[in-house]
Design a binder for this molecule. Structure first.
Ligand code: NAP
Length: 309
């Protein structure tokens, strides 16, 4: 069988695309390596900026998205995509290779999202899972009444610090600049918490420990001081990298690996569209990812009509 559209990734962009595809009458399916939909949203403590659904946990919001797609009969395929091959000819059909089997489609939406970046300091890789974590909502409960550090100054770092402040005795937020990048409302909440201390202009230079994390070495760039802090956990939230390695050579990307496409989600390759966090853009939010999903389907539909497929 040849699909009109295959959507790779079941985060907000992929699921947003799915409902538009089904409603447009396209023969479509969503492929994701995980049977649990939601992508990065799954591990978000609380989402307060998605229109109409304030204050839901990321898990609950993902469940709502999935209930919606299930209600419309969206087909989900659990498989790990390892590559895409383009067929020859006028009405080219793409083959999506996965660890399960191959699938064919006339158009594809790439919506694989992004993963956390590494901090890149000594001790990080060695102590991963032994006190070094990238997901406060997943691992925070292990640090009840402990002292932990969060590294970063974006939405994720600040959300993580707020979440951990409700569980831990003390939370250090270590940020390399004198200003946070996170949304103003999050900053206000963070700075009102008594058990959070922000270390401004500071960089983690090393994570120390034997079998488990015991502390961090922090350098204060302004006061030119080295600090040793005793912490049992380090939560790293220093941004994201797009999950686009398997699409290298297929579509044009920027130097960081984001797929180059404007709001139409049209990529450099005919019939392939990019939606959500993998697209080169200014605002990476759940709401903009969902919007990308709708735009990508609109473009795919136009492409199919123009090609008279
Ligand atoms: P981000 O916004 O890119 O922030 C990364 C933070 O880490 C920045 O404060 C940055 O510092 C710092 N950083 C980067 N590299 C570092 C290094 N080597 N050492 C120390 N600090 C470093 O990333 P994010 O917070 O993971 O968020 C990712 C995207 O998801 C963002 O676009 C965010 O807005 C979005 N998001 C959306 C929602 C939502 O829709 N509700 C929720 C969470 C996240 P500088 O500030 O100095 O650059």
């Amino acid at each position: 069988m040849i699909y009109d559209l295959l959507i790779i990734g079941s985060g907000p962009a992929g699921m947003g695309a799915a409902i538009y595809a089904v409603r447009a009458g396209l023969k479509a399916a969503v492929i994701d390596r995980s049977p649990v939909s939601g992508g990065q949203v799954q591990s978000t403590y609380e989402v307060d900026n998605y229109l109409g659904l304030p204050g839901l946990s990321g898990g609950d919001l993902s469940d709502r998205f999935r209930q919606h797609t299930d209600r419309l009969g969206v087909q989900f395929i659990t498989a790990d995509v390892c590559g895409i091959e383009s067929g020859a000819g006028q009405q080219a059909v793409y083959t999506v290779h996965t660890d399960q089997s191959d699938f064919q489609a006339r158009t594809i939406i790439l919506a694989t999202g992004a993963s956390h970046s590494l901090l890149g300091v000594p001790g990080e890789k060695e102590l991963m899972g032994m006190g070094v974590s990238y997901c406060a909502t997943c691992d925070g409960a292990f640090y009840r009444n402990s002292t932990v550090a969060v590294v970063g100054g974006g939405d994720v770092a600040v959300e993580d610090a707020i979440f951990l402040a409700g569980i831990c005795k003390k939370v250090y937020l270590v940020h390399r600049r004198d200003r946070l990048r996170a949304a103003e409302s999050l900053q206000k909440r963070l700075l009102s918490l008594e058990n959070v201390e922000v270390l401004w202009n500071s960089e983690v230079k090393e994570i120390v420990g034997g079998e488990m994390v015991e502390g961090i070495s922090v350098y204060d760039n302004k006061n030119k001081q080295q600090l040793q802090l005793e912490v049992e956990g380090v939560f790293i939230a220093v941004g994201i990298v797009p999950d686009t390695d398997i699409f290298r050579g297929l579509v044009d990307m920027d130097e960081k690996g984001y797929v180059i496409a404007d709001e139409t989600c049209v990529t450099s390759r005919k019939g392939i569209f990019a939606a959500g966090d993998i697209r080169k853009k200014a605002m990476r939010q759940i709401i903009t990812a969902v919007a990308d999903g709708a735009n990508a389907v609109h473009s795919a539909h136009e492409f199919l009509n123009a090609e008279k497929i």
